[in-house]
Write a protein that binds this ligand. Structure first.
Ligand SMILES: [Zn+2]
Length: 95
């Protein structure tokens, strides 16, 4: 059974740039669980078509933190890099 939904249910005004509209999409959520960076594919998020600001779905975030850990659910904004603490790869150049 299919229910027809209006577009308004899947578009929200962007509070960041005031001019864009946010569409509900699925993205890969990255969050820290203790010292581990975990990724959750197909996570619902609202993404602005103008400034690209994203807001993760609060319901899904709440469910995720229940599943994982009360400390989880702090989203990592894209573009912010946490450098990994690993030695540089020691690969000999191809001859
Ligand atoms: Zn925006």
């Amino acid at each position: 059974m299919k229910t027809h939904t209006t577009e308004n249910l899947e578009i929200q005004p962007c509070r960041k740039c005031q001019g864009g509209r946010k569409h509900l999409q699925t993205v890969t959520l990255m969050t820290w669980l203790g010292d581990d960076l975990i990724t959750v594919p197909d996570f619902p998020a609202w993404i602005c078509d103008l400034c690209g600001h994203r807001t993760y779905d609060t319901h899904a975030l709440a469910q995720l933190s229940l599943l994982l850990n009360p400390d989880a659910g702090t989203p990592v904004q894209p573009g912010v890099h946490h450098p990994a603490k690993k030695p540089p790869a020691n690969i000999p150049p191809p001859v």
